[in-house]
Design a protein around this ligand. Structure first.
Ligand code: SF4
Length: 297
């Protein structure tokens, strides 16, 4: 029986038989990819000059009400491929000059991804592998990835279980994500950069500041700093975009204000976070500041 036949790959542990249908993540046991390309919108130490070789997998185990990528996470976009074809895609991205291979929301396809990485590595893949995730991951599944991932790039979305329940249908998100982040960190350790300033190993934790929820953002940053100190980078993001009106969460119907974002970044500086990235404007492309010293704000 494959891991997909009674799926417990993620913290939803929905037990779906994905050989016959879809799990809560929306996916069967057939690997589906919505896009693979060189991507310039990651943190500078991942994007470099050529871009991150990003592979967007379809499906998602979270279901955030404000999802910024609904077409990919819960829509019908995506092309069915085999793990062998995925291995070829990794090698094609490497041939195009990608700085790394960036796996976006891959948890529900973990066994396929491991098979593809094994094949690609035996066929010449040498790039660092980035695991880009919503942070809602099970420790057991992450352990399957030990030795395959060089850089973890998880979100840490919430500190308050009630907020996580209301916005992402996952009251256990804060506890689950923190356990996942600890497992990720145990695999990759403190950050290592090459002579060009590109990250070769380590962890960057992303936090999207939501309008009206500045207090929870500050609690997230405090927990991250208390747990990991300066051994992880923290990327504080301001790019929240309302995709529609939210009658039950009116605060999410508007953009984040500059005042709210400054309050959060000032707080980060005040508690001594020194390894981080900030965003300015709406486009992340030009706005991440490499190696920004938050104490210098
Ligand atoms: S990965 Fe999908 S099918 Fe598996 S437990 Fe999670 S939601 Fe269910």
């Amino acid at each position: 029986m494959t891991a997909y036949a009674r799926c417990t790959l993620c913290p939803r542990v929905c037990g779906a038989d994905r050989t016959k249908g879809r799990g809560v993540c929306g996916e069967t046991d057939v690997l589906r990819v919505s896009r693979a390309s060189l991507h310039l919108w990651e943190e500078p130490c991942l994007t470099g000059t050529n871009g991150s070789g990003t592979v967007f997998f379809t499906g998602c185990n979270l279901g955030c009400v404000y999802c910024q990528n609904e077409g990919i996470s819960h829509g019908s976009h995506g092309k069915e491929i085999t793990p062998d074809r995925l291995a070829e895609i990794f090698l094609e991205l490497q041939a195009q000059g990608a700085e790394n291979i960036n796996l976006v929301t891959a948890v529900h396809f973990t066994p396929h991804v491991i098979r593809a990485l094994d094949k690609a590595k035996s066929d010449g893949l040498t790039l660092p592998v980035v695991y880009n995730s919503g942070g809602y991951e099970s420790v057991e599944t992450l352990r399957m990835l030990r030795g395959y991932i060089d850089i973890y790039l998880p979100d840490c979305k919430y500190h308050d279980p009630a907020l996580a329940a209301a916005l992402s249908r996952a009251a256990d998100y804060p506890a689950v994500a923190m356990a996942a982040l600890k497992e990720m960190f145990s695999q990759v350790g403190a950050p290592v950069f090459d002579e060009r300033g590109m990250m070769r190993r380590g962890m960057i934790v992303r936090h999207l500041v939501l309008p009206g929820h500045v207090d929870d953002s500050m609690a997230v940053l405090q927990a991250l700093h208390d747990t990991f100190g300066d051994d992880v980078y923290v990327s504080i993001m301001n790019q929240y975009t309302p995709v529609r009106k939210f009658p039950n969460h009116k605060e999410l119907s508007r953009k984040l204000t500059r005042y709210e974002y400054k309050k959060v970044t000032d707080f980060a500086a005040s508690i001594g976070i020194v390894n981080g990235f900030l965003q300015y404007g709406e486009a992340a492309a030009e706005s991440f500041i490499p190696d920004f010293d938050l104490r210098g704000v």
